[in-house]
Structures are given as C-alpha cells and as structure tokens.
Design a protein around this ligand. Structure first.
Ligand code: C2E
Ligand code: CA
Ligand code: CA
Ligand code: CA
Length: 275
C-alpha cells in the first residue's frame, strides 16, 4: 500500500521530495537569517564604455547559513517571496546598500533589486525615502531594478509606485529585459531610465546573427526613448566589442569583475583608476 515506506517512494519523486524538504528547511532558516547576521550584500561594478570608467555597482544579496552553506539568491528569494519574508529582506538589503554606498570614496551609484512582491505590497516611495534619509545617500545615486513580471498586474498601483520613486529622483531600471513578458506598451507607460539586456542575449551575440539583430533593436529603441542600456553577464572581450559596436554604453559581468564583498570595493576602485 501507499502508506508503507516503499509506497512513499513511488508517490514522491526524488526530485519533488528534495524540493519540498529543502524549501521548508530554507524557509525555517531564512526566518532568522537577518537577526543572526547571515545575510550580506556584495557589489558588482557597472562600467561605462564611453567614459571607460566604473559608474556604479549592483547590490546583490548573499546568504551563508552555518549548515546549509552559501545559498543562491536565485533559490532563496523565491522562498522568501512565498513565505512572506521578502519585504523584510528587501528592506534590509536596501538600507544596507544605501549605507554602504554613502561611504564610498567616489559618488558612484548603487542599484538595488526589488522583488515584484515588494512592488505590489510595500509603500516603496516611503521606504526608499527613509533609507535615503537614514543613510545620507543622495537620491540621484540610487537606482532600483525591477523585472517585467512587476508590470503584469495592478498596473495603476505599480505606475503610482514607480512615479513616486521617480519624483524622489531615484532612477528605475528594467531588469532581465527580453526574457519575460515584455510589451513595448510598458516602455511608454512606465518611467524607466535604463534597460538591462539579459545575459542570454549577450551570450548569443557572436554565435547567433539573430541575437545580434535583437540586441541592436533593443539598443536603438532604448536610445530613441532616452533610456540607457546596460548589458548583463559580459564574460568575454568578444562580447564586449560586439556590444560596443552596437552602441551599448554600459556593461556588467565577470569580464569587468564578479560581485565584490564590501571591503573589496575600494581596492577595486583604486586598481581601476590606476589602470
Ligand atoms: P540579476 O538581478 O539578474 O543579477 C545578476 C546575476 O548574474 C547575479 O547572480 C550575478 O552574480 C550574476 N552575474 C554577474 N555577472 C555575471 C557573468 O558575467 N556571468 C554569469 N554567468 N553571471 C553573472 P546572483 O547574485 O546569484 O543573483 C541571482 C538573482 O537573484 C538576481 O538576478 C536577482 O534576480 C536575484 N537577487 C539577487 N539579489 C537580490 C536582492 O537583493 N533582492 C531581490 N529581490 N533579488 C535579488
Ligand atoms: Ca538585477
Ligand atoms: Ca538581470
Ligand atoms: Ca538575470
């Protein structure tokens, strides 16, 4: 019968069983992650190709658990969203990122990822204003990154949130552009300052002529709409050259640097200025 140990094996596939158990495990551990100081933020440089210099960093959250080890945000952010923990984590990342960026020796920008859940449930302008005030970071140095999934529901409320951020002087980037449910209509309606071209296009640039046509079209459209374009996940000099040739002005990726722990930011800036 299904009640026995062997029956369970046929009911739960190994994959499912790992998924469910791990999910519960992660959820339980995540509840205490902030209080136990297991979260941190790392910073990946964003390079302006025209000016040949670093203009900002993207803030990316990291979670190290004593038993589970380093857990990828690609995994735990989804768990946090389902468990109702994302707002607290997102707010923590925002405040930390603003505080750290305010201490940098140059007035560089910091880009903070916002979950679609945050956009739908939090008062973002109030949250961001508080983080800016507490940290002393000027609004012009903060950028928020949202993904296309945000634009699917609650359009009016989302629009109000983004306009509220805009009024504060905070910039808004549309993340992972081209991978979700992009609609050109969104680009007209929402006040985006930047499109982040997803790594999948960057990877295909020099292998697939059609990918190159798409990247060119994205850059032309963004430029026409007065939006900046940043290519994500740039790993090779060939990719960088192709992006430069297509008119992309900003790049981010392992070719420039991986996400850096907070204490490596200043040494990186010093090295970068010297080279
Ligand atoms: P994302 O926002 O698209 O972030 C870019 C991801 O690509 C990061 O992974 C980064 O480490 C990685 N990456 C950067 N350069 C390269 C490269 O040259 N090659 C490759 N293969 N990868 C590169 P990470 O840090 O593991 O984050 C994964 C995703 O988790 C992020 O994707 C974002 O969706 C989410 N995430 C990370 N931090 C936060 C956060 O603080 N809040 C929210 N809501 N989501 C976050
Ligand atoms: Ca991002
Ligand atoms: Ca992205
Ligand atoms: Ca991505």
């Amino acid at each position: 019968s299904k009640a026995g140990g062997r029956g369970r094996a046929s009911f739960y596939s190994p994959h499912m069983s790992t998924g469910v158990v791990r999910r519960l495990q992660l959820e339980r551990a995540l509840r205490n992650a902030i209080a136990l100081r297991q979260l941190s933020v790392v910073f990946q440089p964003q390079l302006d190709l025209d000016e040949g210099r670093v203009v900002g960093f993207e803030a990316l959250v990291r979670w190290r658990h004593p038993d589970l080890g380093q857990v990828s945000p690609a995994e735990f952010i989804a768990v946090a969203e389902d468990a109702g923990l994302i707002n607290e984590i997102g707010e923590w990342v925002l405040v930390q990122s603003c505080r750290i960026a305010a201490q940098w020796s140059r007035p560089l920008s910091v880009a903070v990822n916002l979950s679609a859940v945050q956009v739908m449930t939090q008062d973002l302008p109030a949250l961001v204003e508080r983080a800016l005030r507490q940290s002393g970071l000027p609004a012009a140095r903060l950028e928020v990154e949202i993904t296309e999934s945000v634009l699917l529901n609650e359009t009016e409320a989302t629009l109000a949130q983004l306009h509220g951020l805009n009024r504060l002087g905070v910039r808004i980037a549309l993340d992972d552009f081209g991978t979700g449910y992009s609609s050109m209509a969104y680009l007209r309606r929402f006040p985006f300052d930047k499109l982040k071209i997803d790594r999948c296009f960057v990877q295909a640039l020099n292998r697939d002529p059609q990918a190159r046509v798409i990247v060119r079209a994205i850059i032309d459209m963004a430029t026409g709409l007065r939006m900046a374009t940043l290519a994500e996940g740039v790993e090779t000099p060939d990719e960088l050259e192709a992006l430069r040739a297509e008119g992309c002005t900003l790049v981010q990726g392992y070719l420039v640097a991986p996400p850096l722990p907070v204490e490596q930011v200043e040494p990186f800036l010093a090295r970068h200025a010297a080279s």
